[in-house]
Ligand binder design. Structure first.
Ligand code: NAD
Length: 475
């Protein structure tokens, strides 16, 4: 019997007549069903969020913080059940799923400590001018399938903290863990403040065009982000877009191949490469190219690809069939063009599960599809470079600008290079570290606005300036 999950609308767990199947990408078995919402259910959720907004926006911030902490606590208390469910729908190995669940609990707790204080613009004999922040209203959160829980919580927490209410839509591929969390928090958050509804991709445009939604916060592909921006222009909804990336890692000749090989491997292959900020292009200086590429391949041979629920699995399947086929297409393209494979490249599309062997490609040209496009899978192109100037130009020659990394024995020089990269985040000698207190957002076509930190929180608010004329006291 397949478990049926419910949606959270106006504080109640509810369902619809039509259901969607959710598939485990390792077994291709249906593991759950979720409501397939349309306009009627969306209208109900938006009405619940609108009604709750009246009270929530005036609820003291300490109470809003407490409600976020209650969500964080519920996630932590049920972590084991949640990470197992997450592995079954998303595919990532248990230890990485555990990291996502505890990460979501920790990030939301940390975000709840933020605040946006009033700012005094002028306090003179004649005038007092003050800027305050007011919540934008009802927010729609739209989430992808690679980090379904982390992305959901990183939208819910700042929305709640700012005084907004939210209608959240998980990806139709990975809604189960989020709906289980919905059930766990239904009686911990005032009715209507957080609503979670599921549906197919066509539910997204209904949200973008909904007249009673004030803001869209979206994480997903650049192609969908553009559609959202276009849709939101009709009534000038506020938007935050966290989009795709084609991040470059630059390894300088003074980096120690033995030290960095394993970290470089995981920067590309964690979550089977399905991370917006994964290292998708790795540039290695020619002096250490042979030694480092051999060390990465050696390490890769020790990592097992398989069902994330099985002990010892390091890399799970691709999350869904469409993405699996896209990754195989990029591998075929590399083969057709005669690029050299240092590892992998031979998937078995007739087998069960969307598994792609760990694949490392040797020095493909810049215009190879595997270099120019976002692969979002376990395929790592390694490229040789000669000078810093050349590699900076090659790293920046992308329409994306999400993140990047520099690996070096000289961190000061690493920072000089980092400052020349056209991306929202650059790591020196580390990777994938995100802070709840630092803005995370993309340059160029990787995004619009930011999440996290005060900058991220501000995106859920308008500024309002109150200016009071002071009367001169009678002489
Ligand atoms: P996607 O754009 O296909 O889908 C994301 C969400 O948008 C899903 O919930 C989907 O149902 C919904 N959607 C689809 N069409 C829509 C439309 N026309 N209007 C509104 N909503 C719509 O992305 P995906 O394949 O789920 O995720 C992978 C992409 O997400 C990659 O490009 C990755 O780099 C990016 N991503 C970015 C970040 C970041 O923070 N920058 C984080 C994770 C993933």
């Amino acid at each position: 019997m397949v478990t049926q999950y419910k949606n959270l609308i106006g504080g109640k767990m509810v369902t619809t007549d039509r259901m969607l199947d959710v598939v485990n990408p390792a077994t291709e078995q249906v593991i759950g069903q979720v409501p397939a919402c349309g306009k009627a259910e969306l209208d109900e959720a938006v009405a619940a969020a609108r009604a709750a907004f009246k009270t929530w926006k005036n609820t003291p911030i300490e109470e809003r913080r407490a409600a976020i902490m209650a969500i964080s606590g519920a996630i932590k208390e049920n972590a084991e059940e949640l990470y197992r469910l997450l592995t079954s729908e998303q595919g990532k190995p248990h230890d990485q799923a555990k990291g996502e669940i505890y990460g979501a609990a920790g990030m939301s707790a940390a975000q709840s400590t933020l605040s946006l204080d009033d700012e005094i613009n002028e306090d003179s004999d004649t005038r007092l001018s003050r800027t305050r922040r007011v919540p934008v209203g009802v927010v729609a959160g739209i989430v992808p399938w690679n980090f379904p829980v982390m992305m959901a919580v990183q939208k819910i927490a700042p929305a709640m903290l700012s005084g907004c209410t939210i209608v959240l839509k998980p990806s139709p591929f990975t809604p189960l863990t989020t709906l289980r969390i919905a059930e766990l928090i239904a009686d911990k958050v005032p009715a209507g403040v957080v609503n979670i509804i599921t549906g197919e991709d066509d539910l997204g445009p209904l949200m973008t065009s909904h007249p009673d939604i004030d803001k869209i916060t979206f994480t997903g592909s650049t192609a969908t982000g553009k559609k959202i921006m276009e849709g939101a222009s009709a009534d000038l909804k506020r938007i935050t877009l966290e989009l795709g990336g084609n991040d470059a890692s630059i390894v300088l000749p003074d980096a120690d191949p033995k030290k960095v090989a394993e970290q470089l491997f995981w920067s590309s292959f964690s979550n089977a490469g399905q991370i917006c900020v994964a290292a998708k292009r790795v540039y290695i200086h020619e002096d250490i190219y042979d030694e480092l590429s051999a060390a990465i391949v050696e390490y890769a041979k020790t990592v097992t690809v398989g069902d994330g629920a099985q002990q010892g699995t390091g890399v799970g399947p691709i999350q869904n069939k469409k993405q699996y086929e896209r990754v195989l297409e990029l591998i075929e393209d590399a083969k057709d063009n005669g690029y050299k494979f240092l590892l992998g490249g031979n998937a078995d599309p007739s087998g069960t599960g969307y598994f792609v062997p760990l694949t490392i490609i040797d020095n493909p040209p810049e215009d190879a599809r595997i270099v120019a496009e976002e692969q979002f899978g376990p395929v790592m192109p390694l490229m040789k470079f000669s000078t810093e100037e050349e590699v900076i130009a090659r790293a920046n020659a992308s329409e994306y600008g999400l993140a990047g990394a520099v690996w070096t024995g000289n961190p000061d020089n690493g920072v000089k290079i980092a400052e020349q990269l056209e991306t929202g985040t650059v790591w020196v000698n580390e990777y994938l570290h995100l802070s709840p207190f630092a803005p995370f957002g993309g340059h160029k076509q990787s995004g619009f606005g930011a999440e996290y930190g005060k900058e991220g929180l501000k995106e859920f608010t308008y500024s309002q300036v109150i200016t009071v004329k002071k009367e001169k006291a009678p002489a």
